[in-house]
Design a protein around this ligand. Structure first.
Ligand code: ATP
Ligand code: MG
Length: 545
């Protein structure tokens, strides 16, 4: 027999022996507890073991002393009667200082109520929860498990508690989370860089063509048209990112669903291609919901593109509406809703994909083919409008439903593309002051407003603008929201405090919703960047009344 196997069998033998002793100890302990005997002697003369209550309990005591979980015994009022060494470590002090203190003294203030609840619940079964214990080492997240020993009188009850340290687990979770975030950022930057490069390529290429042959009006028109299409694709992409980051201010208004969907028919046709049969089943023609119309269009476009991708050999895409009155729902407040659903007859998604599909940056598509933001945007806008989105998918197809709050029928919003054009030479034309730190944007706004017939001044920053307005107040102030030194909100506030009451238009590419909300007020409207000439002229005309 080799040395190794020899020692292995020795170990086995001693484990067997220890087991045997433990069993003996248990049996004996029962006998002693029941009061049948005071002590038990086991074995022969030369190997004699005497069990008493003390010696029989010892293996358990040693076990508890040694274990790497904290163990405590509490009285019914939560005073610590016993704590093992590990519990002392977790509570950041020596066992002698722990015993006699209230357990709650080591628990975060806000969790005392929960601790007392756990102690109460421990009378009827094992009560478990996560708590945070305080010590000189700081806060430690722990998992506590309490169980009371039976007793005749409530106040005599003893409660055994096991406390497990969760800090390592938390660190692992945080690391995993960070890794997932990095993976997402990697996917995002890869996908976005690719998309934006393509857009920049299209813009650059077409501008270069214009530069080469500027005198051919027909071709120039076509090339600039191509470049502008690339810009609007870029704008959609940033809108998606902003909707996802929730920093874009949603403009929640009543939106006529049928009108919105019909208005997109052209876009659907071009996006879907010939192999896909589009069917619109828009039940109630007048159904109005509370939503941001631009974002809702984008959501429908995202859903249509997803459906197209899921039906590479063609199929049916059905966009339908259905009215609901909802009560007692986990995701929706009680009230009237319209379900707007987009259903395809495509490949469907496996359950694990469906479960993660709303996650931002979750995509099964190749880099450059998808950023994984489509459904995140859909989910985000529903949520922000007080609604909800859900997915049903099977190998026969997918249905994404948007539940949107129904708004009481109201006058339809005016068509934003209709705008007033003012006579340029007219000295009575309204005077507008444009304030933007970006020279390209400023020049564009000034030129556009001049071409629309307004008289226009410009300033590169808030201070200059306030200075100009003090001597010669304009009829309208167009303010970039995010500017260095003085931001748009501050400039607006200062102007008002100087007694200037002219309407103000904030131009904002992105802005913290709360900052923008706080700055919005009477006679102040919002122009979202990037904007077209049509948007600018409509907002300006509306602001001027
Ligand atoms: N109609 C659908 N049929 C089958 N699978 C779908 C459908 N819609 C979404 N998916 C799955 O859900 C994933 C996430 O969709 P989402 O629209 O959020 O991102 P994406 O389409 O991959 O990228 P992006 O929309 O940003 O271009 C998709 O990659 C796809 O696997
Ligand atoms: Mg998509």
């Amino acid at each position: 027999m080799s040395d190794q196997s020899h020692s292995a069998s020795l170990e086995t033998a001693s484990i067997e022996e220890l087991r045997e002793r433990l069993r003996e100890a248990e049996d004996t302990l029962d006998a002693i507890r029941s009061g049948a005997v005071d002590a038990v002697v086991v074995g022969s003369d030369d190997d004699r073991r005497i069990y008493t209550l003390e010696s029989a309990d010892r293996p358990y005591r040693v076990l508890v002393e040694q274990m790497q979980e904290g163990a405590v015994m509490l009285s019914a009022d939560g005073t610590i009667l016993y704590a093992n060494e590990r519990a002392g470590q977790l509570l950041g002090t020596q066992v002698e200082h722990v015993v006699g203190s209230a357990f709650s003294a080591f628990v975060l203030d806000g969790q005392h109520a929960r601790l007392h609840e756990l102690i109460r619940e421990s009378a009827t079964g094992t009560a478990r929860d996560e708590l945070t214990v305080l010590s000189v080492n700081g806060e430690t997240p722990v998992y506590c498990s309490f169980k009371a020993l039976e007793s005749e009188r409530d106040q005599d009850r003893l409660i055994c508690g096991v406390i497990s340290d969760l800090s390592q687990q938390r660190q692992m979770e945080a690391r995993l989370h960070q890794a997932q975030k990095m993976e997402a950022v990697g996917q995002l930057t890869g996908g976005l860089a690719h998309d934006f490069n393509n857009l920049l390529q299209a813009i650059h290429g077409n501008l270069e063509l214009v530069k080469r042959a500027p005198s051919d009006p027909e071709r120039v028109l076509r090339w600039t048209g191509n470049a502008m299409r690339a810009v609007s694709r870029g704008a959609k992409l940033t809108a998606q990112l902003l909707a996802f980051s929730r920093s874009q201010k949603l403009e929640l208004k009543p939106v006529g669903l049928a009108r919105l969907v019909h208005g997109m028919a052209d876009l659907f046709d071009r996006t879907l291609g010939a192999g896909i049969d589009l069917r619109l089943e828009l039940g109630d023609d007048d159904a109005q919901v509370v939503a941001d119309a631009t974002q809702l269009e984008l959501a429908l476009l995202n859903l249509a593109i997803n459906a197209r991708d899921a039906m590479p050999t063609g199929g049916v895409l059905r966009i339908s509406t259905l009215a609901w009155t909802i009560t007692d729902d986990a995701d929706l407040a009680d009230g009237d809703y319209v379900e707007l659903s987009v259903a395809d007859t495509g490949t469907g998604m496996p359950a694990d994909v469906a479960a993660r599909a709303f996650e931002p940056f979750f995509t099964t598509k190749e880099v450059g083919a998808g950023t994984g933001l489509g459904l995140a945007q859909v989910y985000g806008i529903c949520q922000q409008a007080g609604g909800h989105a859900q997915i049903e998918s099977s190998p026969r197809g997918t249905r994404v439903s948007l539940f949107l709050r129904r708004s009481p029928a109201a006058a339809a919003a005016p068509d934003p593309s209709a705008s007033a054009v003012v006579n340029a030479s007219d000295q009575s034309a309204p005077r507008i002051l444009v304030v933007d730190d970006d020279p390209d944007v400023r020049t564009f706004m000034v030129e556009t407003l001049v071409s629309l017939g307004y008289r226009v001044d410009s300033a590169t920053g808030g201070r200059a603008a306030l200075h100009m307005m003090a001597s010669d107040p304009p009829d309208l102030l167009v303010l970039d929201f995010a500017m260095p030194h003085l931001d748009g909100a501050t400039v607006a506030k200062l102007a008002r405090s100087q007694g200037l009451q002219m309407p103000i238009v904030f131009a904002s590419g992105y802005a913290d919703t709360s900052a923008l909300d706080a700055a919005m007020g009477n006679n102040i409207s919002l122009l979202r960047k990037p904007f077209s000439i049509g948007n600018l002229s409509a907002v300006v005309a509306a602001a001027l009344g």
